[in-house]
Design a protein around this ligand. Structure first.
Ligand SMILES: Cc1cc2nc3c(=O)[nH]c(=O)nc-3n(C[C@H](O)[C@H](O)[C@H](O)COP(=O)(O)OP(=O)(O)OC[C@H]3O[C@@H](n4cnc5c(N)ncnc54)[C@H](O)[C@@H]3O)c2cc1C
Length: 465
């Protein structure tokens, strides 16, 4: 039996983060009719941050949050949990999109992460946060110059980034395929995502937010000037609605025109022993991304497990069903386990205990945008493209400001006034996604037409390589 099959032999297909004795009780579903000044739909990070920010700004405001399943059932209970200062999916992406605003976007990103960290201490949320920074590592020699440029760019905008050559990198992480690194120590690090979501849920409730789980919004209509949301067993009248449904709304016709629902996967090891940890030398516990075309990302947990993510596929069953619990077979995780083995062959004796996937709302911008409905009384905030653990706080803040038509300088910036490009409809979208993901998988080893195709997709606006 090869490494991947052996190491995945006893795996549970459930997110490590949600498999925890501290999981809170489920709040009762809404039965009957209710009203609220602000209704938030979706109990992931965006919705929870929005609830807290709205109440902290106006304690007397009547805020209700409804969640279709349980809080953190979606992407927020499933990420790698790497927390970044960037609100635009990294400085290079910000430079690509909004070069004229880059300094201000960086300032806003740092302000966002300070607000994130302040909220955790103010509400005594133990999200197992670890502020070891973010480390981008080059695989092979191809991206070493890019990493040098990335470090320079970070330092130009006030970060504390350090370039690590192959030798220096070994004192942070040992892998035969890593050839250099850029370690950005500024403010960032990792969190336990479910503990973060549960802590935010607790804080929102303590602030007076009314929260109903197992309460999916089914439709919305305007009824005598006020918005009326129908749920399974009731209805809610609300003046304003924030749709915090991220990738789940990628099935909606309008949202779908700019958002693709993609599935991303993670595997988690059993707690590593001290001796196993010594073999990889990962002392500062950074959140790590590599530069492979189908990138992998990894981090350590408080109890010394390693989570290892990557391996995107496209959701397509005709309905854009993004149910994250759907995938419970070993096959899709085998290649991820093989990538783990290539990265850390010295850990050939580990077992994976958990494997799971989750939905990502991908756009050509690769960062948050806002869609407006019902004459601006209903706003969708999302599209973080796999980079939303901290950015969702920013998305919630700007989404609320848009709803309330606040006089906020950010609302005049290009990121808030523009939209990502439209994406071709099905079946072209499905075909394009299939070819692109195959090319991403094999471009590093096989090259050829794959690089030409990826450049073509990049020309459409998706920054892939
Ligand atoms: C595998 C994976 C790894 C990732 N790794 C990272 C990482 O390391 N760092 C990082 O920054 N980001 C990462 N991300 C991205 C990050 O998890 C997301 O950007 C973030 O969690 C989005 O939060 P959200 O609240 O907008 O969406 P979600 O958490 O998806 O919340 C949306 C919620 O809306 C609910 N909902 C949907 N429809 C309805 C309805 N009709 N009525 C009521 N409720 C509804 C859903 O049940 C869901 O709970 C990762 C994502 C995945 C999937």
């Amino acid at each position: 039996m090869n490494f991947a099959s052996k190491a995945l032999r006893d795996v549970t297909f459930f997110p490590l983060w949600l498999d925890h004795p501290d999981a809170p009780n489920v709040e009762p579903q809404l039965i009957g009719h209710a009203s609220a000044d602000l209704l938030i739909v979706g109990g992931g990070f965006t919705g929870l941050w929005a609830a807290i920010l709205a109440k902290e700004a106006q304690p007397e405001r009547d805020v209700m949050l409804i969640e279709a399943g349980k809080v953190a059932y979606g992407a927020s209970g499933r990420p790698g949990g790497v927390v970044s200062t960037s609100i635009m999916h990294g400085l290079r992406n910000a430079e690509r999109l909004f070069p004229e605003d880059i300094a201000e976007l960086e300032r806003l990103g740092q302000e966002n992460l300070r607000g994130f960290r302040d909220t955790l201490s103010r509400h005594k949320i133990d999200a197992e946060e670890c502020w070891g920074g973010e480390l981008t590592v080059a695989v092979g020699d191809r991206h070493v110059d890019d990493l040098l440029a990335e470090c320079d760019l970070h330092n130009k905008y006030g970060h504390k980034a350090e370039f690590l050559d192959a030798e220096a990198l070994k004192s942070q992480i040992i892998s035969p395929i890593f050839s250099a690194g850029c370690w950005n120590r500024d403010l960032s690090g990792t969190v336990h995502p479910a503990r973060l979501a549960w802590g935010l849920k607790h804080a929102a409730r303590a602030l007076g937010v009314r929260l109903h789980e197992m309460t999916p919004m089914q439709s919305v209509e305007r009824d005598k000037g006020i918005l009326k949301v129908m749920t399974h067993d009731g209805s809610i009248k609300a003046r304003k609605i924030l749709l915090a449904t991220n990738a789940f709304a990628a099935g909606d016709r309008r949202i779908k025109s700019r958002v693709v629902g993609i599935r991303d996967r993670i595997i988690a090891t059993q707690p590593l022993t001290d001796e196993q940890l010594d073999r990889i030398g990962w002392r500062n516990r950074q959140g790590i991304y590599d530069t492979r075309t189908q990138l992998n990302y990894m981090r350590l947990t408080r109890d010394n497990r390693m989570t290892f993510g990557g391996r995107l596929t496209y959701y397509y069953d005709g309905t854009n069903n993004t149910d994250p619990a759907g995938e419970r077979v070993v096959q899709p995780y085998l290649r991820l386990a093989e990538a783990f083995h290539r990265t850390f062959p010295q850990l050939d004796d580990v077992q994976f205990t958990h494997a799971w996937s989750g939905p990502i709302a991908l756009t050509t911008r690769m960062a948050v945008h806002f869609q407006s409905y019902q004459d601006g009384d209903m706003i969708w905030a999302g599209g973080y493209s796999g980079f939303g653990v901290s950015t969702s706080r920013f998305g919630a803040r700007v989404g609320l400001a848009k709803l309330d038509q606040e006089d906020l300088p950010e609302l005049k910036m290009s990121f808030a006034t523009s939209m990502p490009s439209r994406i071709p409809p099905e079946p072209l979208r499905w075909l394009g996604a299939k070819i692109t993901l195959h090319a991403l998988d094999t471009a590093d080893e096989k090259g050829g037409w794959r690089h030409t195709w990826l450049r073509l997709v990049e020309a459409m606006g998706f920054p892939l390589t």
